[in-house]
Design a protein around this ligand. Sequence first.
Ligand SMILES: Nc1ncnc2c1ncn2[C@@H]1O[C@H](COP(=O)(O)OP(=O)(O)O)[C@@H](O)[C@H]1O
Ligand SMILES: [Mg+2]
Length: 209
Amino acid sequence: MVKVIAVAQQKGGAGKTMLAAQLGVAFAAGRRVALLDIDPQASLSAWGRLRAANPKAQPGVTIESVSGWRLAVSLDALRRDYDIVVIDTPPVLDSDARRAIRGADLVLVPLNPTPPDLWAAEGTLKLAAEERRAVALVFNRAPAASKLRRRLETEIAARRLLLLAESLGNRAGFANAFADGLGVAETGPASVAGVEIMALAERIVTLLG
Ligand SMILES: Nc1ncnc2c1ncn2[C@@H]1O[C@H](COP(=O)(O)OP(=O)(O)O)[C@@H](O)[C@H]1O
Ligand SMILES: [Mg+2]
């Protein structure tokens, strides 16, 4: 059965699009993956165009740009042919964000391990709670260990939110692969970034059951 992940976080620049692209490529080892871009900024679609022109891109990832109001119809159409659908959402809390969250089995919320990123996620967390969706927070561009990171971990645990132990560091590998329409899972699976994204992808697949 298809599993739908919505990558959502009201804060721009948190890494939603990066995460959707990198996870899409990581999931594609053995699965049929569709990436849906409902962000009018359409960065994921731009990545998809680079990807379509790059002979190094492995098959198995389909990228579609969809307007939010058509999302439910698009998701229905994808159910039969895909194993995992990842929706990249805009950095606003509007009806499109709600539709994406409503359609998701898991809401993935990327954030920097800093208080402002957690504050910025509140609206997304509230929306996910209203829609009764499972939520997983994931640290992106995170130092392996820092006082702030530990503080955020404590705060998130106290609120009984799920924070994935698998996080992504601030790594040029992610940005470089993205710039070529690729994912680190195909450009450098053995690199630190590659190992991080594969571990995160595996954890998410386990979570999705
Ligand atoms: N883990 C990372 N390592 C390095 N650069 C990153 C990482 N995550 C995101 N970036 C960069 O940060 C910027 C914002 O990321 P993006 O995915 O576009 O955020 P959002 O979609 O949430 O607005 C982009 O330039 C992207 O390349
Ligand atoms: Mg984006």
